[in-house]
Design a protein around this ligand. Structure first.
Ligand code: ZN
Length: 156
């Protein structure tokens, strides 16, 4: 399994570990929640899948887009479980828009701005923006610029 993973061409890693997501790619993600899920899944399982329930490393596709299901205990994990997007109740592409603006662009938009732009409840925007900011505070300074690190922050 590990050998198989280390044989994956480096371009995949290069794409995922780039410190910045290009503005074009970010734009694609803003418009497509499935693409966000794919991106999150790629970052999350970049070193391979390990079942959180039983530690097994084989999986099959889960029921929701880009989720993975353990082939031993059958437990399914969504792409967003245990990431910054854990249990959010609004579209993940809108959440990604907020995350990208806060972490990558360093925008100081208020929750009212996000509410207007995204058509979401202002309190929803405020809470998610705070979630991102709380995670950024917890993460070591040298990792702050990496949005991938923020996105993978566990928040429960
Ligand atoms: Zn399992």
């Amino acid at each position: 399994m590990l050998n198989y993973l280390s044989n994956i061409p480096n371009c995949l890693n290069a794409m995922l570990f780039k410190e910045e997501i290009t503005p074009q790619f970010a734009q694609e993600l803003f418009n497509d929640s499935e693409k966000v899920l794919k991106f999150v899944a790629e970052v999350k399982w970049r070193d391979g899948f390990t079942c959180r329930n039983c530690g097994h490393t084989n999986y099959c596709e889960g029921k929701t887009p880009w989720s993975r299901r353990c082939t031993r205990c059958k437990k399914e994990e969504s792409a967003t479980a245990n990431t910054i997007f854990h249990n959010i109740k609004f579209p993940v592409n809108k959440a990604f828009f907020i995350a990208y603006n806060v972490c990558v662009l360093g925008n100081e938009f208020s929750s009212y701005n996000y509410s207007d732009q995204l058509g979401l409840n202002q309190m929803t925007c405020w809470k998610f923006r705070k979630r991102i900011q709380d995670c950024m505070l917890k993460i070591r300074t040298d990792e702050k610029s990496k949005i991938q690190t923020i996105l993978m922050s566990e928040y429960k």
